[in-house]
Design a protein around this ligand. Structure first.
Ligand code: 5GP
Ligand code: ZN
Length: 114
């Protein structure tokens, strides 16, 4: 997607603070962090949301989940704890329509998920 902001980050056209990447995914710091540690993980290939997960192959799907753990380890929050969240669609407040996974931690998080 030419004008998708996360595709542009994945291609290196827009600067972002990358914390991890491999052949399937890219992870970078959220520009507006909601926790002391807030990383966004995206598949390199564009799909709009979790609703289109089946457009990614199994390697890409699994890489998203594995990257959560890798990022948590890199951020030093595996023991203290962290949250993994995906906003899908309007009611969830999805603002960037390229599937992404939030990893949040580094401090006590709100228990209010709604
Ligand atoms: P959503 O609300 O769609 O689940 O999350 C989108 C996230 O992307 C937001 O937390 C927002 O701060 C982050 N974001 C939006 N644009 C950019 C950007 O250009 N760079 C980075 N690093 N994060 C972004
Ligand atoms: Zn995209």
């Amino acid at each position: 997607m030419d004008d998708c902001i996360f595709c542009r980050i994945a291609r290196g056209e827009i600067p972002a603070t990358k914390v991890y990447d491999d052949e399937y995914v890219v992870a970078f710091r959220d520009i507006n962090p909601l926790a002391p540690k807030h990383v966004v993980i995206i598949p390199r290939r564009h799909v709009d949301s979790l609703n289109q997960l089946d457009r990614l192959n199994e390697n890409e799907q699994l890489a998203l989940l594995h990257a959560c753990r890798t990022v948590a380890q890199a951020e030093g929050i595996t023991e203290s704890g962290y949250r993994v969240a995906i906003n899908c669609g309007d009611d969830a407040g999805q603002t960037v329509h390229h599937l992404h996974v939030h990893v949040l931690g580094g401090g006590k998080l709100s228990v209010n998920m709604a």
